[in-house]
Design a binder for this molecule. Sequence first.
Ligand code: HEC
Ligand code: HEC
Length: 350
Amino acid sequence: MRKSAVILFFILFIFAAYSFNKERLREIYSRPSSRWPKPNVAEGVQWTELSMLPQSPIEHLKDSLKDKIELGKALFFDARLSSSDKISCASCHLPEKNWTDGKENSTGHEGALTKRNAPTIANSWVYHKLFWDGRASSLQDQAFSPIVSESEMNSEMPDLMIKLRKIKGYREMFKKVYGDERINPDRLTDAIAVFEQTVTSAKSRFDRFLEGDKTALSDQELKGLHLFRTKAGCMNCHSGPLFTDNQFHNIGFSGTDEGYYKVTHREEDMGKFKTPSLRDVMHTGPWMHDGKHTNMKAIINQLIKTKSEGAISSLLKPINLKNREKQALIAFLNAISTPFENFEKPILPQ
Ligand code: HEC
Ligand code: HEC
């Protein structure tokens, strides 16, 4: 009898300690983020605290840019930008797939496959450099590449200009936006880039938690947030409101792709890729620059066992995470991911 009372007491004690911990974590993270526990980041790492989803940088200009946004949107969805009239930007960046195509590699002109995985264009205005290897320095600069790439849209710019000038609706739209009917590559890519800056993630449960809805995150998700910032070391690279440091790192997933080295030709950049934002990440798989990773648990397993040796970042070191801690991390990634809701596709000018 006494023995079972001791066991019962012990079970109650464990349960009480466990729920105390959960309550404590909720209490700590309900404070303003300036009073959150310090994240585990290595010395010298520039980091910013995780925070609310920022507005699009042109949010306050949306009214005055209305016509340009509309033009850019039409161009983004218009397959006539390709030589075959079959491929638009949206063929590989589909709104309903959170602006990716959900494939390992994308299919471009006449079935050609791209070498890398198509990232989402949501929030892409945050990056100082575009593409996995940072080879474009602005959205406008970036938009030029797929149009003329033989494996993507395969157009010749001069021919494309002639083709677009024949479309009355476009002549009118360009005139409305730029004051005259001239259609040139500069205006074309400018309008697309402006449209892209309106594409952002939706507000996630994490944002609602930060706004003050303390029930928006479950206990498991809160634990995941805490692990992400501390023991798991993710904040060394994925920090700030969009979970990216805007830097390039080799995290051991590079395979044969030289990544950033192709752009800088500096030995230390071998196999480095841009730190992608993690907003909506649970809906933008398959993951990594090569799109070869389809299982988030396997990604985390690989990340936490990677040693920094050779070209691999000194920011990575093996971390021991229990199975339920990995589950909590994934739960947190779900809490910063919002599925596609609704997007009104444009009616194309004729
Ligand atoms: C055939 C598929 C395909 C088409 C068509 C295509 N893209 Fe992409 N897009 C990709 C792939 C693949 C990448 C990544 C390539 C890399 O990083 O080397 C990419 C990268 C991007 C990025 C960089 C995002 C980041 O995080 O750095 C932006 C922005 C983008 N595309 C916009 C566009 C626009 C605008 C168009 C139309 C003018 C377009 N794409 C057409 C497949 C495509
Ligand atoms: C040293 C910097 C660094 C650290 C630390 C780091 N990451 Fe990353 N992460 C990156 C880079 C760079 C990539 C892109 C690599 C590639 O494509 O080869 C990436 C890619 C990812 C992706 C795939 C995203 C996509 O859109 O394909 C996920 C998911 C991810 N990281 C989660 C995490 C988590 C969770 C942690 C903590 C356990 C973490 N990362 C720690 C730099 C880092």
